[in-house]
Design a protein around this ligand. Structure first.
Ligand code: GDP
Ligand code: GDP
Length: 455
């Protein structure tokens, strides 16, 4: 308790999230080039959602965490995704529909300088059907003269157009106030997760790596309960599966089983699916093709797991296809490219033959145990004392930063905070992290060590 107060005072932990639940999700939809990505960047206050000058470039990330007046929200950006020219109107609507389904509220962006088009009207019909609350942004109103053009957008029948300039920021603050008023406090689409219920797993990996085969293999003869009650309309459907004597909740199995449609929305859906599944999961099983070189996409998926702070298991699938030579290269690739997740349990499986599928459960259990671990403050400070006595921080400018005190600020994943008299070198922090793992295990979980400098 004392720790907690101290940490809150130092702003290390936000006043306990008190079961606040997942942040509300805002989808930003509209035709290409109306300024969706610019608006996302404006809200994020940084250029993370790169505005692409090259048409047809796809990105891996579609959702972003943002904050306005101290309230969190998740933005889903449908900009920057390739939409080919054939049947454009319906494709845009289709892509927007996926995003809208996942959202608690929608911002529909229209370019006020060109006025509403047939495509816009097509999207409006879809938005009406969705029943989700919608705000209309009349973008590119860079000065007062534009206001008149914005007023023309009343004709869309979505209520008052909000004139903004995503590029220059004009009107955006007021618009954000209106957005926050529209959104619920807590997302209603990310189902509320019961504490102490079945542990939640996301099976993730690039298309065709074997996710649905693995799911079939695992659930094989088991009785599967499809849990459809929580979702709205066609939201992710989970399956409850008994494995190794306990129940597990596989997140969004409907999304896994659905064959990716051959449409321009497929990439977008895959990325959104991965991210929303990770939000809801506790442990991610990342499937990799044992038989093919690790790809950029694999590395990005692992990065998403780490960013989401989830426990991680690496499953090398299609092991049945492996020959001696490939096995040799695979070992070298793992050493070279997966050093940063060397702590993650690895299983070599074949979803097709069932080889070693039973090893997944102990791997997931080990990863979750690491993820849940709390080191008592006394024990942690004894560890820090021994460590800094044996390996003091190197002198810098005649001074030596000291660690005064440390504590574990959170679990799931474990995060540690050190109170110090000065800045600790990154290499020294990495050393502490390494020792933490050697001493306490933390199999399968990312851990975070940060510091607060006391003047
Ligand atoms: P998206 O395809 O909807 O994501 O659109 P982008 O955000 O990529 O913007 C398309 C183009 O419109 C870019 O050249 C932007 O610089 C420009 N743009 C975006 N917002 C504004 C704005 O408020 N005013 C003006 N004048 N241009 C804008
Ligand atoms: P998903 O897109 O990740 O769900 O992948 P699927 O489960 O649909 O698998 C894609 C293809 O890989 C299918 O043809 C599967 O039969 C095949 N496959 C999946 N797992 C294995 C495996 O362990 N060994 C072999 N040889 N083929 C596999």
């Amino acid at each position: 308790e004392e720790d907690r107060e101290l940490l809150e005072a130092y702003g290390v932990i936000e006043a306990e999230d008190g079961g606040r639940g997942p942040a509300p999700v805002l989808a930003i939809v509209g035709r290409p080039n109306v300024g969706k990505s610019t608006l996302v960047n404006r809200i994020l206050g940084r250029r993370e959602a790169v505005v692409e000058d090259v048409p047809g470039v796809t990105r891996d990330r579609v959702s972003y965490h943002a904050e306005w007046n101290g309230r969190p929200l998740t933005l889903v950006d449908t900009g920057g995704w390739d939409i080919d020219s054939r049947g454009m109107a319906s494709r845009i609507a289709e892509q927007a529909e996926i995003a809208v389904r996942m959202a608690d509220g929608v911002v529909f962006v229209v370019d006020a300088t060109t006025g509403p088009t047939a495509t816009d009207e097509h999207v409006v019909r879809m938005l009406r059907r969705s029943g989700k609350p919608v705000l209309l942004a009349a973008n590119k109103v860079d000065d007062e003269r534009g206001e008149l053009m914005a007023a023309e957008l009343w004709s869309l029948g979505l209520g008052e157009p909000h004139p903004i300039s995503a590029m220059h920021g004009r009107g955006v603050a007021d618009f954000l106030d209106a957005i926050m008023e529209m959104l619920p406090e807590v997302s209603a689409t990310g189902q509320t997760e019961e504490v102490g219920g079945p542990r939640r797993i996301a099976l993730v990996g690039r298309p065709n790596v074997g996710k649905s085969s693995l799911l079939n293999q695992l659930v094989g003869t088991e009785r599967v309960i499809v849990d459809n009650t929580a979702g709205t309309t066609r939201d992710p459907v989970d399956e409850l599966v008994e494995l190794g004597g306990r129940q597990w909740r596989f997140i969004d199995t409907a999304g896994i089983r659905k064959r990716a449609r051959q449409s321009s929305g497929a990439d977008f859906y895959a990325a959104l699916r991965t991210q929303t599944a990770l939000e809801r999961a506790e442990v991610a099983v990342v499937l990799l093709e044992a038989n093919e070189p690790l790809s950029d996409q694999d590395m990005k998926i692992i990065r998403l797991v780490l960013d989401a702070g989830r426990a991680l298991v690496l499953a090398f699938n299609k092991w049945d296809l492996l020959d001696e030579e490939r096995r040799h290269f695979l070992e070298r690739e793992i050493e070279r490219d997966l050093g940063h997740v060397a702590w993650a349990p690895r299983v070599n499986i074949s979803a097709k033959t069932g080889r070693h599928a039973e090893k997944l459960v102990p791997a997931m259990e080990a990863a979750l145990e690491g993820w849940d671990t709390r080191i008592p403050t006394g024990r942690f400070n004894a560890f820090l004392g021994e460590l800094s006595a044996a390996n003091p921080h190197p002198l810098r400018g005649g001074k030596q930063p000291r660690i005064l005190f440390g504590t574990q600020a959170s679990t799931r994943p474990p995060k540690f905070v050190l109170f110090t008299t000065g800045f600790l070198d990154p290499s020294y922090r990495r050393f502490i992290t390494r020792r933490l793992r050697e001493t306490f295990g933390f199999t399968g979980t990312p851990i975070d060590v940060s510091m607060r400098i006391r003047e």
